[in-house]
Write a protein that binds this ligand. Structure first.
Ligand code: 5RP
Length: 226
């Protein structure tokens, strides 16, 4: 019996997302290993689109290397579609994002897009958000206070490290990863934590939830709509 790998599932959903790209327009492009598959597929139709708005330096580099023009989000008013992965997605289209530390730019582009198409393999589908450590981008001078605020909620939080130092995001800030959370009310949670001084972006995407999820499964790509 042949089994399909997680990498192959990512390729399948990356290709499936092409049908949501509007010819002649600029497409919003997220970040991560699943989106990399989408970017590679996008190269096959690059002459049919104007270009992309990108959520990270990594995606920008990949897009440019494949000959896809990258626009500044400030130069684009509205995008028809934003295509991005997720660390978790629930049955309402609420997501945890930021495993690749690009959550702030991802939320900005999602907010300027009419439709958010999430591409993910089936391991990302959950009943309740919170199994994956929740990324929160923070201003460094506030990080210890923010960690204590999460601890007061009964969670645990730590600064994301890279090569022995705090990871620095594309925006020059740090990431706090929060565990031991059960996010039963994503909208309320996002609204509450977003108000804490020093929080740049919380990785719960409830206000900017997915409209569609292309879920890679061994039986093929399933389309969930929310
Ligand atoms: C990056 C993200 C990614 O969408 C998320 O981490 C999923 O990545 P992958 O496709 O590699 O599993 O939010 O900040």
């Amino acid at each position: 019996m042949s089994t399909i790998s997680q990498d192959e599932l990512k390729t399948l959903v990356g290709i499936a997302a092409l049908k949501y790209v509007v010819p002649g327009e600029i497409v919003g492009v997220g970040t991560g290993s699943t989106v990399n598959k989408f970017i590679d597929a996008l190269a096959s139709i690059k002459h049919q689109i104007k270009g992309a708005v990108s959520s990270s330096n990594a995606s920008t580099e990949r897009l440019l290397a494949l000959g896809i023009q990258v626009f500044d989000s400030n130069d684009v008013q509205e995008l028809s579609v934003y295509i991005d992965g997720a660390d978790e997605i629930d049955h309402q289209g609420y997501m945890i994002k930021g495993g690749g530390a690009a959550l702030t730019r991802e939320k900005i582009i999602a907010a300027q897009s009419k439709q958010f198409v999430c591409i993910a393999d089936e391991s990302k589908l959950v009943a309740t958000l919170g199994r994956f450590p929740l990324p929160v981008e923070v201003i460094p001078m506030a990080e210890q206070r923010i960690i204590r605020q999460f601890q007061a909620m009964g969670a645990q939080a730590q600064i994301r490290m890279c090569d022995g130092h705090a990871l620095v995001t594309d925006n020059g800030q740090h990431i706090v990863d929060v565990t031991h959370l059960q996010i039963t009310s994503p909208l309320q949670f996002e609204t509450q934590v977003s108000q804490w001084p020093g929080v740049v972006t919380v990785g719960v995407f409830a206000l900017q939830k997915a409209n569609v999820c292309l879920l890679g499964t061994p039986d093929g790509v399933k389309t969930l709509t929310f």
